[in-house]
Each structure stands twice: as C-alpha cells, then as structure tokens.
Design a protein around this ligand. Structure first.
Ligand code: NAD
Length: 491
C-alpha cells in the first residue's frame, strides 16, 4: 500500500483505494492509503506544531527547498508525465506538459521567497513609523480535484510553503499517484517534519476533518460548485472563521464572429472543447457563432472532429484520451441524452468507442441548434461535449456569452480590433482569450474567475500572496520628540 506522509513519517492506513488506469481498466496502478479522520487530525496537529518554526524560517531555506522540488520535477518530467497520463487519462504530451508546468510553478515561487517585501510609510502622527508586512496565515488545508493531478497541487503547495505556511494536502481520490510522487519530491527536498503532510482519503472524511479543525486557518479548494459551496459554508461558520479560496466549475463561452479566421476558430474550438477530454475547468463547452459563419464553422468542425484520434492516453499519436472514470462517463452520456431530449441536434460524436483494452472511450460530441436556456448550455458537463448556439451579431453573441451562472474563462475569435477590445472589457469572466483557446494559461499571472466559478483571492503568480499571507500594520514611536497621542483625523 502506498502510504500517507504525516508528522514526518510515512504511514499506512486501514483502508486503501485502487488507482485504475482509465485507458485500460485492467491496469491497476497501485493501492493507495485512505486516511481516517483520526489520521487527518494527526496531520493537522503536526502542521500546527510545525508552524511557529517554519513561519520564521529563512527565505533562503524556503527558496532552496522549492528550487530543489522544481528542479527534480523538471528532471523527471517524462516519467512523472507518464504516471499522470496513466492515472488521469490525458495524453502523454498533455501529461508531460502538466508536469513541466508544476516544475515551473515551484521555480517561480522559489524566486518569490526572495522577493517578499513590505512597506514603510510615515505616520500621520509625528515621531511614529508605520510598517506594513505580510505574514503567513498558519496551517493551510489544500483540497484538489482529479483533472490536474500535479499542476493544481503545485500551484497551492508552492505558494503556501513559500510564504511560510504549513500544509495539509488532500488530493482527489481518483489520482493519488501524482500527488504521492510530488510529495516524495517535496520531502526529499528537505522540508522539516510536520511542515508538509500528505493525507490521501475521502473528501467526506479527510476534507471534512480539515474544514472542522480549529487548528486549520485557511482552506484552498478547487473542485465542483456543490462541494465548494459546502466548503465555504463550513469555513465561514467555523469558530474561528477560516480564510477560504474556491476555484470551481465553468461553462466557458467561445464566441466566433463572421470575420474570424475559420482555421483559427476551429483550432481554438476543438482545443478548448475536446482536448484533455473536455475535462478542464477552462474548457469551452459553449460555442456561440454568428449567422454569417455558422454553417461553414459547423461543417469545418464536423470534418475536423472526424480526424481526431481518440485512444489510449499513452499511445503515440493519441489526441484525446479516455474519460476519467465510469461515473464521469455516465454523466457525459446523461447530458448527451438530455441534449437530444431538449431538441438540440447531435451533429458529431457522442458514442462509446471500443479500443484494444477496456476503457472509458467517448467520441467527442457536438450539438447544434442549442438555445442558451437548455441544460446542456447551462450546466457544467465536464466532458468532451460542446454546443453551438447561433447569434445574429456581436451584441447578441456577447449577451449570450455572459448569460451564464459561471465566469471563469471567455474567448472570442475575430479579426476585428474593435470587437476584440470591446469583448475584453465586457466579458464577465476572470480570464479572456482573443484568438486563443479558453484553456491554456501562463503560470506567472493570476488565475481565477468570477460569479459562480470562484470565491476569494486569485491563485498563481504574485497574486497568490493575497490568500497565503495576512497583512500586519506595525506602529513604532521612536522617542525623538513628544508623544502626540492623537492628531486630527486619526483614530
Ligand atoms: P469535487 O468537488 O468532487 O472534489 C474536489 C475535492 O474535494 C476532492 O479532493 C474531493 O475529495 C474533495 N471533497 C469532496 N467532498 C468534500 C467535503 N465534503 N469536504 C471537503 N472536501 C471534499 O470535484 P472533482 O470532481 O474532483 O473535480 C471536478 C470539478 O473541479 C469540476 O467542477 C471542475 O470545473 C472543477 N475544477 C475547477 C478548476 C478551477 O480552477 N476553477 C480547476 C480544475 C477543476
């Protein structure tokens, strides 16, 4: 059994879960420990005890550890990418790409350790200095989803440690392999006992223990909207209240205008909707296409979709791997049925595929004649299922794009500077893409959304410090003159 790492020790558990390859369900990657609530409590207590020393550790020590982690991840990207693709089902180039991203994130935050800065400003009162500094928050609980098994853990763990917090990390149940491999690297890099804890297990057990513990000061969660809501409610009603950051679902629109370059638009749409098997929170599942290009666009999409290679994630040449597991496949098929029942027209894909080994293979599906009120256009499916909705012009396309409870990413394909600029300003989303897929972001800039997609400060880049630090304002009377307790306007 592959073990949890708690309080500086590798510990097995009484329960384990099998990690199954979705490209070949006969392939069991391993048995991974599932922690009990008591084990989660132990990890939280260890992180709590380790916090005072780690919060005062030198920025050089933190830099060196994070740099060693980043370097090892990058040196082993092929092997780690293979493990990731084997357990999650994204293609090998996507798996290696994600691992590379994780390494880059650790290197970025190793640099951020050395760039910690505060402010010193004059007081409104004489002979007093004011210093504004950032301090770590405490024990942070990190809860991650299955679809980015190493990049999302990296973009939470790296800033948490960089800014001096201690960590309890709970990966998704479906993808413990990458989480475990990452944890081994972090531990090998020399992180002191208790500072970093890996607690694999169920959300309802390990996750809940983190939410309910008064020793955890902050929770960073990425996952679905229903779980996210629950996480926020528990954190906000806890005593003491916890800081909380949520990155959740999406129903990201991609607008294609009459003046778009058709090839660019089809490339962007196929990539956004179907790569990584449509299992990206930034995937575009709503293609909003103006009248003048609609029929040409749909025909070009159908043609392109016939060429897509859907097969074993590890096979050379595969462009789209399997769906992650049976329950996600059932959800995809359910929505394909719902779309047909709602009167949308299935113009490509949607059928199960047989490959050499038993796996969760689904041909990417495209619906046309979709109104924005249909469930397939409103609810997150999280699979390779996209809809095309007609718009008469740019204004209507923008209105449709924004008519959604979500607000993560939003894209437009156009050759018009005027429409591109207007869309960037008016799209109700945290990230906007022009002539680019809605998914695929840089690691040194903020990531996150608005409306139903996100809650709390942004992740990644320098903006990550908003969540992983708390601000302190310190006043010092220097004694070089009379103490003036109050001036007009001061509290
Ligand atoms: P999920 O909500 O089922 O699970 C996410 C995590 O929460 C898992 O680790 C799970 O074990 C844990 N969890 C479950 N119940 C819990 C509870 N009661 N208390 C605490 N933790 C609990 O999501 P998922 O199926 O793993 O991931 C898919 C979802 O993630 C999609 O909705 C997708 O859009 C979203 N996602 C969002 C982003 C983003 O940055 N916005 C990125 C990736 C994925």
């Amino acid at each position: 059994m592959t073990k949890n790492y708690i309080a500086g020790e590798w510990l097995s558990a009484t329960e384990a879960s099998a990690n199954i390859n979705p490209s070949n369900t006969n392939d069991v990657i391993g048995e991974y420990a599932r922690a009990s609530a008591a084990e989660a409590e132990r990890a939280i207590a260890a992180a709590y005890d380790a916090f005072p020393a780690w919060s005062r550790s030198s920025i050089q020590q933190r830099h060196d550890i994070l740099k060693a982690v980043g370097d090892e991840i990058l040196a082993r990207k092929e092997e780690l990418g293979r493990l990731l693709s084997r357990e999650e089902g994204k293609t090998l180039p996507e798996g290696i790409g994600e691992v590379t991203r994780a390494g880059q994130i650790f290197l970025f935050f190793s640099g951020e350790c050395l760039r910690m800065a505060g402010e010193k400003v004059p007081s409104v009162r004489p002979f007093i200095d004011v210093e504004i500094t950032r301090e770590p928050v405490g024990v942070v609980g990190l809860i991650t989803p299955w679809n980015f098994p190493i990049a999302i853990p990296a973009w939470k763990i790296a800033p948490a440690l960089a800014y001096g917090n201690t960590v309890v990390f709970k990966p998704a149940d479906l993808v413990p392999g990458s989480a475990h491999a990452l944890s081994e690297i972090i531990i090998r890099a020399g992180v002191p006992a208790g500072v970093f804890n890996l607690v694999m297990g169920r959300g309802s057990v390990v996750g809940e223990a983190m939410l309910n513990s008064p020793k955890v000061s902050a929770i960073s969660f990425t996952g679905s909207v229903p779980t996210g809501r629950k996480v926020a409610q528990t954190c906000i009603t806890a005593d003491p209240m916890k800081k909380v950051q949520l990155e959740m679902g999406g129903k990201n629109p991609m607008v294609v205008l009459d003046d778009a370059d058709l090839k660019v638009a089809v490339d962007c749409a196929v990539n956004s909707a179907f790569f990584s098997t449509g299992q990206r929170c930034t995937a575009s599942s709503r293609l909003i296409v103006t009248d003048g290009i609609h029929d040409r666009f749909v025909a070009a999409m159908q043609e392109r979709m016939q060429e897509l290679v859907i097969d074993d994630a590890l096979k050379a040449g595969t462009q789209i791997g399997p769906v992650v597991d049976q329950s996600q496949l059932d959800q995809d098929l359910k929505y394909i049925r719902i779309g047909q029942e709602e009167g949308a027209k299935l113009v490509a894909g949607g059928e199960l595929l047989q490959r050499d080994a038993p796996g969760f293979y689904l041909a990417p599906a495209l619906f046309t004649e979709v109104s924005n009120q249909m469930r397939v256009a409103r609810e997150e499916i999280f699979g390779p299922v996209a809809t095309v909705t007609r718009a008469k012009d740019y204004d209507e396309a923008l209105e449709l794009a924004n008519d959604t409870p979500f607000g993560l990413s939003s894209g437009i394909c156009t050759t018009s500077l005027k429409y591109a600029s207007h869309f960037k300003r008016n799209a109700e989303a945290g990230m906007v893409m022009v002539n680019l897929p809605t998914a695929g972001v840089d690691y040194h800039v903020p990531f996150g959304g608005r409306k139903g997609s996100s809650y709390g400060p942004r992740e990644q880049g320098r903006y990550a410090q908003e969540f992983y630090t708390t601000v302190k304002t310190a006043y010092t009377f220097d004694g070089n003159g009379p103490y003036v307790p109050k001036t007009k306007g001061s509290e």
